[in-house]
Design a protein around this ligand. Structure first.
Ligand SMILES: Cc1cc2nc3c(=O)[nH]c(=O)nc-3n(C[C@H](O)[C@H](O)[C@H](O)COP(=O)(O)O)c2cc1C
Ligand code: SF4
Length: 416
C-alpha cells in the first residue's frame, strides 16, 4: 500500500510550468490574494500554528522565523530562497522547482509581504543551471502580470525576485557563505553575530528559507479544511518530502505524512532494495547525517522518533546502502567528500577532515591501532565543539554514529 500524499506536491503535472495563465487556471496566486488581505503577523502565526519547521536541515520553527524577520527594524529587507541543495542524496527542491516554479515565486512574494522585504533572491546551485530559463521565464511572466514589481495587487507593496547561481560549493548552502557568494565574495561562512536576520545580504535584514519550507506556504494559506494539520502529530505535523536514493529499486522524491515508517518509505515507496539484497545501512539527512542499521525500519519518520533512534530528519534525504558496500568504505567516501568541501578557513574542520580521512584509510589497510581509534574519536569530538560552521560541526556525524551502531568496524583486535 502506498502512503504517498499530495499537499506540497499538489500542483505537480497539473499545469504547464512555462505558462502563468495555466498556473492561474488551477488557482495560482489566490494564496497571494488572500495573504495581502491579512496582517503579516497573522500569516506568520498561521505557519507557526501548523508547526512548520524549516526543511533546509536545521528544522527551525518557520512561523517564528517570519515573525522575527518582520519585527527586525529596517527600511529595506531581503528574502533568500536557498536552492543550493548540495547535501548528497537530496533532490526534493529540484523537483519542486521543476514541477511547480510559480508556486515558489508566489510563496516568495508572500514572504516579502509578511516580513516587509522588497527583494527576493533565489540562490540555485550551479548544477541546477538547466532550471534557470524556466525560473527566469516564470519571473518575467509574473512581473508582466503585476504580481511582481511596484504596488502589487494595488496594496502599495513592492517586491522583485533575482536569480543567482552558485559555483558548485557545498558550503555555499550555509546562510552566511551563501550571502557572501551573492555579494561577489568568496563563498565562505563567517562568524555570527551579526545574525543574518539583522545583517544579512548587503548588510540588510535577511530571511533565508529552504525551497520546500517556502513551497508549503501558498497551500497552507488555502487549506480551509485543515488537511495539513490533520496529518502527523506532536512536533511532526503535516507532510514532508523525502528523497530516497542509493541501492533501492525506485529512487525518487515522495511526499509522506509524518509518521510513515522508514520501512514503508524504503520498501513500499522506493520499491525495496535492488535484487532483494541485504540492507547494510541507512543514512538520514544527507552526508552530514547520522547512520542507522535495519533496527530503524519500524521507526515512524518523525522528528521525535528519528531522534530517539539516534538520527535526524536533516535535509530529508534517505540514502540506502546494501551489503555490497562495507561500513568502512561508506565512511571513507563520506570523508573524502568533506575533506574536499571544507572551505579550509578554520583549523578543526580543515585538519580534522583530512586526518579522519587518513585514519580511516589506515583502518582499511588493517594498519590501525587502538590509539588511532581513540584519535579518530577525539578529532571528531573536537570538530563538533570548535568548528566555525555547520559543515565542520556535522561532517563527522556518520563516523560517530557508525562507532555506536557498527562497533565491529572499529575493532582492531589486540593492536596497540
Ligand atoms: C554546510 C551547510 C550546507 C547547507 N546547505 C543547505 C542547502 O543546500 N539548502 C538549504 O535549504 N539549507 C542548507 N543549509 C541550512 C541553511 O544554513 C539554513 O539553515 C536554511 O537554508 C534555512 O532555511 P529553513 O529554515 O527554511 O530550513 C546548510 C547548512 C550548512 C551548515
Ligand atoms: S567549519 Fe569548515 S567549512 Fe565551516 S568555516 Fe570552518 S573550515 Fe570552513
Amino acid at each position: 500500500m502506498s502512503n504517498e500524499i499530495r499537499f506540497i506536491t499538489k500542483n505537480f503535472h497539473e499545469y504547464d510550468t512555462s505558462s502563468i495563465d495555466s498556473y492561474i487556471g488551477i488557482g495560482g496566486f489566490k494564496a497571494l490574494q488572500k495573504a495581502v488581505s491579512m496582517d503579516g503577523e497573522d500569516i506568520a502565526s498561521l505557519i507557526a500554528k501548523a508547526g512548520v519547521k524549516g526543511r533546509g536541515g536545521a528544522a527551525y520553527d518557520m512561523g517564528r522565523k517570519w515573525s522575527q524577520a518582520r519585527a527586525v527594524p529596517g527600511e529595506r529587507k531581503v528574502i533568500i530562497c536557498n536552492a543550493d541543495e548540495g547535501e548528497p542524496c537530496t533532490f526534493k527542491d529540484r523537483e519542486l522547482i521543476s514541477n511547480d516554479p510559480f508556486n515558489l515565486i508566489e510563496s516568495m512574494i508572500i514572504a516579502g509581504y509578511t516580513v516587509r522585504a522588497q527583494d527576493g533572491y533565489i540562490y540555485m546551485r550551479e548544477e541546477y543551471s538547466h532550471l534557470r530559463p524556466l525560473l527566469q521565464k516564470a519571473i518575467h511572466q509574473t512581473e508582466a502580470k503585476g504580481f511582481l514589481g511596484k504596488n502589487i495587487l494595488g496594496r502599495g507593496f513592492e517586491f522583485n525576485i533575482h536569480l543567482y547561481s552558485g559555483a558548485g560549493a557545498y558550503v555555499c548552502g550555509e546562510g552566511t557563505a551563501l550571502i557572501r557568494s551573492i555579494e561577489g565574495k568568496a563563498g565562505r561562512p563567517r562568524m555570527k553575530p551579526p545574525f543574518i536576520k539583522q545583517s544579512g545580504l548587503f548588510a540588510l535584514p535577511t530571511c533565508v528559507n529552504n525551497v520546500e519550507s517556502l513551497s508549503i506556504v501558498p497551500h497552507l494559506l488555502l487549506d480551509e479544511k485543515n488537511f495539513y494539520i490533520s496529518q502527523g502529530s506532536g512536533e511532526s505535523i503535516g507532510t514532508k518530502l523525502v528523497s530516497v536514493g542509493g541501492n533501492v529499486r525506485h529512487p525518487g522524491v515522495f511526499e509522506i505524512p509524518f509518521g510513515t515508517t522508514v520501512r514503508e518509505i524504503i520498501y513500499n515507496l522506493a520499491g525495496g532494495l535492488q535484487d532483494d539484497r541485504k540492507l547494510r545501512l541507512i543514512q538520514f539527512g544527507g552526508a552530514s547525517g547520522k547512520i542507522a542499521n535495519s533496527d530503524i525500519l519500524d521507526t515512524p519518520y518523525t522528528y521525535e522518533d528519528l531522534k530517539k533512534s539516534g538520527v535526524t530528519v536533516g535535509s530529508g534525504a534517505i540514502l540506502v546502502i546494501d551489503d555490497r558496500t562495507s561500513v568502512l568504505d561508506f565512511l571513507r567516501i563520506t570523508q573524502e567528500f568533506f575533506s574536499h568541501e571544507s572551505c579550509g578557513q578554520c583549523t578543526p574542520c580543515r585538519e580534522g577532515n583530512l586526518h579522519i580521512k587518513l585514519l580511516l584509510n589506515k583502518l582499511a589497510k588493517g594498519e590501525a591501532k587502538h590509539r588511532d581509534i581513540d584519535t579518530l574519536t577525539k578529532i571528531a569530538k573536537i570538530m563538533t565543539m570548535s568548528s566555525l560552521c555547520g559543515l565542520g560541526e556535522s561532517a563527522q556525524n556518520a563516523l560517530l554514529s557508525a562507532m555506536r551502531v557498527f562497533p565491529e568496524t572499529f575493532d582492531v583486535g589486540g593492536a596497540e
